[in-house]
Design a protein around this ligand. Structure first.
Ligand SMILES: Nc1ncnc2c1ncn2[C@@H]1O[C@H](COP(=O)(O)OP(=O)(O)O)[C@@H](O)[C@H]1O
Ligand SMILES: [Mg+2]
Length: 269
C-alpha cells in the first residue's frame, strides 16, 4: 500500500522508466528501430542512386537530394522524441491560471483557417499548481491531436474551463496517480473537437508510446504518452472519449492550488 501523502512531490521519473515498469520496453525498442530503419533504407537507396553510373538530369538529382533530406529529418525527429521520452521529467511548480495555460498552449500551435476556435472560459477559477512548461506542452499535444483530427475540412475546437468541487473521494490508477477527495477544489479543462473520432478498437492504445494512426513523419505517437505522464505527476486526471455527436472530448482535471485538500495531506483510506 502506498502511504505517501497525496500532495508530496512525486519523484522524477522518465517515461522510459514508466514503460519499463509496464513491461512495454521491448515494444518501445522495436518502435524506435522501425522509426529509424525505414528512413535509413531510403537514405541508402538514394545514396546508391547518386553514386551510381547512371546519368541523371539536374531535376532528378534534386529530387534524390530532397528524398535524402526527408529521410535524415525523419531520423532526427525520431531521435529527438526518444531523448525527450528518456529524460526525467523534473517539475517546478508554480501557481497558475488555467485560462492562461490554455492560451499559452494555443499560441504554440498553428491553427488552420478552416478551424474555428471557441473558448468558454470561467472567470471564477482558483489557481492551479503546475509545472508551466510541461503542462503547456501536454495541453498543446492534446489540442494538436484535436486539430489534426479535423483535417482536411476543418471544424470547431471548443475549449471550456470550469470550477469543480468533489462531493466524494475518487482515485484512479494502481499507483493512485490521481487523488480527489470530497471537498477538493479543482479546475476542469474540456477540449472538444468535431473531427473523425477514435475507433473503439484504438481507444485502449492511444496512451501507448509510439502508437499513432498518422502517416510517417506526421505523428511520433508520443503526444498522449507524455501528456498522461505529466498529468499523473500533477496527480491530475486526463480522460479521452468520443463525443456522442462526433469528434473527441479530452477532459483534464487539475487540483486547485488553494482548497481544503491542500491543508490536509492525509492519504486516501
Ligand atoms: N482528438 C483526437 N481525435 C482523433 N484521434 C485522436 C485524438 N487524440 C488522439 N487521437 C488518436 O491517438 C493517437 C495517439 O496520439 P498521440 O500520442 O498524440 O500521437 P500522434 O499525435 O503523434 O499520433 C493518434 O494517432 C490518434 O489516432
Ligand atoms: Mg499527438
Amino acid at each position: 500500500m502506498n502511504s505517501a501523502p497525496p500532495d508530496s512531490p512525486p519523484p522524477a521519473q522518465s517515461t522510459l522508466q514508466q514503460l519499463e515498469e509496464g513491461g512495454a520496453l521491448s515494444q518501445f525498442a522495436s518502435s524506435i528501430a522501425h522509426e529509424v530503419c525505414n528512413p535509413l533504407s531510403q537514405i541508402v537507396l538514394a545514396t546508391d542512386l547518386l553514386a551510381g553510373p547512371r546519368p541523371m538530369t539536374d531535376d532528378f538529382r534534386k529530387k534524390i537530394i530532397t528524398f535524402l533530406r526527408q529521410g535524415a529529418e525523419r531520423i532526427d525527429k525520431a531521435m529527438k522524441s526518444m531523448l525527450q521520452t528518456c529524460a526525467p521529467i523534473e517539475t517546478s511548480m508554480v501557481a497558475a491560471d488555467a485560462n492562461a495555460l490554455v492560451e499559452a498552449a494555443l499560441d504554440s500551435l498553428t491553427v488552420d483557417a478552416s478551424v474555428r476556435v471557441e473558448k468558454h472560459f470561467a472567470s471564477n477559477l482558483s489557481t492551479i499548481l503546475i509545472d508551466q512548461k510541461h503542462m503547456t506542452e501536454a495541453m498543446a499535444g492534446i489540442c494538436a491531436n484535436a486539430l489534426d483530427a479535423m483535417q482536411p475540412g476543418g471544424g470547431t475546437l471548443t475549449i471550456t474551463t470550469s470550477a469543480k468541487v468533489f462531493t466524494s473521494s475518487e482515485r484512479e490508477g494502481w499507483q493512485r496517480q490521481s487523488w480527489f477527495r470530497a471537498g477538493d477544489h479543482a479546475v476542469v479543462i474540456e477540449i472538444a473537437d468535431t473531427g473523425h473520432g477514435i475507433h473503439k478498437s484504438q481507444m485502449p492504445l492511444i496512451f501507448e508510446a509510439f502508437y499513432t494512426t498518422k502517416t510517417a513523419g506526421k505523428g511520433a505517437g508520443l503526444g498522449l504518452t507524455v501528456a498522461k505522464k505529466v498529468v499523473d505527476l500533477h496527480h491530475g486526471r486526463l480522460e479521452i472519449s468520443n463525443r456522442p455527436e462526433g469528434g473527441v472530448q479530452a477532459v483534464l482535471t487539475l487540483k486547485s492550488a488553494a482548497g481544503p485538500s491542500n491543508l490536509d495531506s492525509q492519504p486516501l483510506a
